[in-house]
Design a protein around this ligand. Structure first.
Ligand SMILES: Cc1cc2nc3c(=O)[nH]c(=O)nc-3n(C[C@H](O)[C@H](O)[C@H](O)COP(=O)(O)OP(=O)(O)OC[C@H]3O[C@@H](n4cnc5c(N)ncnc54)[C@H](O)[C@@H]3O)c2cc1C
Length: 247
């Protein structure tokens, strides 16, 4: 199947942390662009002569609302060509060409299990989209536990918004792991621990049950460790584990 390419214009850019920016792109399309919460697009950035070396994928961080505005949450990678372009060249009005939305990292139509979302850094993007979508669609769900990891307090992405969801969403729990922060901040009841995301699920989900599914998003070192822990250490079935690998 030939991919459909879309043009979009950047309409807003905001710093989310010292290394992370949020970008909003308005898609130039008469029809609403349909996507499922959790999907990503692949941008064609002008960073290389060869077409395929210009492609970089980014999860859609907002939920489908028919507005044709897509939000992305991107971390700057030292020496990375795509993020150098996005952080240094892209301005309001810059055209971003992309294909998609693609991907199967999405929730089932009927949610019949507890869900544990595990992520580090910008890996939170698809989960934010899913959570906002569940609220918007007023979908029934069971317990949802978001475990977010980063190094320092200032790198906690969408902090206030996710914190507010704890009040707004029944059965939603938000936990944060900070691996390098010396003084743990207090976040009014939200659980913040020193260390990595892994300790949370190793502690809280050690009693294996078929009634929970794990969704994991981020870079390979974190995902490899989480998959190995869940399957080999704890004994979950691999069908209970779903992941989106950023690289
Ligand atoms: C499906 C999908 C969705 C994605 N969604 C997002 C998203 O929402 N937000 C986001 O910030 N990124 C996301 N990514 C990652 C993104 O596509 C790029 O890989 C990333 O932005 C780096 O691109 P770059 O051109 O700056 O670096 P490149 O020039 O491509 O990278 C240079 C080298 O660094 C490695 N590398 C890339 N990223 C990291 C990293 N974080 N840590 C260690 N090594 C790394 C690469 O494998 C490569 O070897 C996603 C990737 C995929 C596949």
């Amino acid at each position: 199947m030939a991919w459909k390419w879309y043009d979009s214009k950047i309409i807003r850019i905001e710093d989310e942390s010292s290394t992370t920016k949020r970008f909003w792109a308005k898609v130039e399309n008469d029809e609403p662009l349909n996507f499922k919460a959790g999907q990503f697009v692949t941008m064609d950035l002008p960073i290389h002569e060869k077409r395929t070396k210009r492609w970089r994928s980014y999860s859609i961080a907002n939920h489908p609302d028919g507005s044709n505005i897509l939000e992305f949450c991107v971390v700057k990678l030292d020496g990375g060509l795509g993020t150098k372009y996005l952080f240094e060249e892209v301005k309001i009005g810059t055209n971003i060409r992309f294909k998609g939305p693609s991907g199967t990292f999405t929730l089932p139509e009927n949610i019949e299990k507890d869900l544990v979302f595990i992520c580090t850094g910008t890996g939170v993007a698809p989960f934010r989209s899913m959570l906002l979508d569940l609220i918007e669609q007023k979908k029934t769900h069971r317990n949802i536990h978001l475990i977010f990891g980063t190094r320092f307090d200032e790198g906690i992405l969408y902090k206030e918004e996710l914190k507010a969801l704890e009040k707004k969403m029944p059965n939603f729990k938000y936990s944060i792991a900070l691996s390098r922060e010396k003084n743990l901040p207090s976040l009014n009841g939200t659980e913040i621990r020193k260390g990595y995301v892994h300790q949370y699920y190793l502690d809280e989900y050690r009693d294996v049950t078929p009634d929970v599914d794990f969704y994991i998003c981020g870079w390979s070192n974190m995902i490899d460790e989480a998959v190995e822990n869940l399957i080999l250490k704890l004994g979950y079935d691999k069908k209970q584990i779903h992941y989106e690998l950023y690289g």
